[in-house]
Design a protein around this ligand. Structure first.
Ligand code: ATP
Ligand code: LTN
Length: 336
């Protein structure tokens, strides 16, 4: 119809830290949704390399892991012709907005972040101001693009709420400026647990290699890790309270095969955990095979990755600059 205004596609934004090779938890909780949303939304995805600085990574490792993470983002199927993919540190507006938002964030609300409490307990000898300020930089990442949806795992929900609170406060004090972002948290897969301690989340910085599946683990390693996954003594594949290990394996299998929990229970009725673990491992191997093949090809083509990163940074800078200029004006910075 001629006079119908073209509706702006909703915008999606998410970043991931290059602290190690991502795990199956990162993939099922975040990256897979990034890919699923990339057809229907206007998507912006990035490597959160500035966030990774909060725990003092070795500089050479950070550089290598950042490029690998970038290649992996493309390997899961994000098309740089249709989405913006970039490195956070290549887009200066994030840090500039973060400083301004720091001045609109209460010390008390930032102190309540559970991830800060957990990480400062883990890195007790190295609690930097950067670690404390991490969620404000994350709020800047989101708000600077006026993002409508932020696909993340369940552990990031509190950070998203803080970003909304900061945006709301700024809008109230200085006039409507920011879109209030909604978290997009998948129903299954939002909280994949450690294979060795299913009460804990699977984390890429877990020092026990058996606890997590890396996206680049070869098939035989994946099989071995699932075979040694901690379960329970009931020997019945069913989803129930107190069966954290089996619940986790069912969530993984469901995400990789599209089967419901009921279908899975029927499929494995009368079978033992051994058969089930092998089936879960095989579904993960098949799910990751194309990702691993793409990664092998892309990581060998640094010139291509650099070109994509340069284009992504330019596009992201262009969009984010508009919000930054608006904010600078609203807070009263003199602009000639
Ligand atoms: P680290 O161990 O370095 O803190 P991490 O594994 O928690 O890292 P992040 O870079 O903090 O990973 O998170 C990247 C994305 O993956 C986020 O959206 C986060 O919510 C999601 N995610 C992380 N761990 C899991 C998990 N176990 N299950 C589901 N989603 C997860
Ligand atoms: N803190 C996030 C990574 C992250 C992020 C973001 C996620 C940094 N900036 C913006 C969504 C939107 C994490 O996953 N640990």
């Amino acid at each position: 119809m001629e006079n119908t205004p073209v509706e702006r596609k909703k915008r999606v934004l998410s970043l991931i830290q290059p602290t190690a090779v991502p795990t199956l938890g990162n993939y099922l909780g975040a990256l897979k949704n990034w890919k699923n949303m990339s057809e229907d939304y206007d998507c912006i995805y990035g490597v959160a390399d500035l966030h990774a600085l909060t725990i003092h990574p070795d500089p050479a490792s950070l550089r290598k892991q950042s490029l690998e993470m970038f290649a992996l983002m493309l390997s899961v199927g994000l098309d740089p012709e249709k989405n913006i993919v970039f490195f956070q540190s290549h887009v200066h507006t994030h840090s500039e907005l973060a400083w301004i938002l720091n001045c609109y964030t209460q010390f008390g609300e930032a102190s309540r972040m559970t991830q800060f409490k957990e990480k400062s307990a883990k890195h007790a000898g190295n609690i930097t101001v950067g670690l404390f300020d991490y969620p404000v930089l994350m709020a800047a990442d989101i708000l600077i693009y006026q993002a409508d949806f932020v696909p993340v795992g369940a552990d990031q929900k509190q950070h998203l709420e803080l970003a909304r609170d900061i945006a709301d406060r700024f809008n109230t004090m200085r006039g409507n400026t920011f879109v209030l972002p909604e978290p997009f948290i998948g129903k299954v897969g939002a909280k994949i647990s450690s294979l060795q301690d299913p009460t804990q989340k699977m984390s890429k910085s877990d020092p026990n290699p058996k606890a997590s599946i890396s996206l680049l683990d070869p098939p035989e390693v994946i099989l071995k890790k699932f075979k040694s996954a901690v379960t329970d003594s009931e020997a019945v594949v069913r989803y129930a309270d107190g069966k954290d290990g089996i619940n986790n394996l069912m969530a993984i299998y469901s995400c990789c095969t599209g089967k419901s929990f009921e279908e899975i229970e029927n499929e494995f009725a009368g079978k033992g955990y051994g058969d089930f673990k092998v089936a879960v491992a095989e579904s993960v191997i098949e799910e990751l095979r194309p990702v691993q093949d793409n990664f092998k090809r892309l990581i060998a083509d640094k010139a291509y990755l650099n070109e994509v990163a340069k284009n992504g940074a330019q596009a992201a800078t262009r969009i984010s600059q508009r919000t930054l200029a608006k904010v600078q004006k609203k807070v009263g910075l003199y602009m000639p």
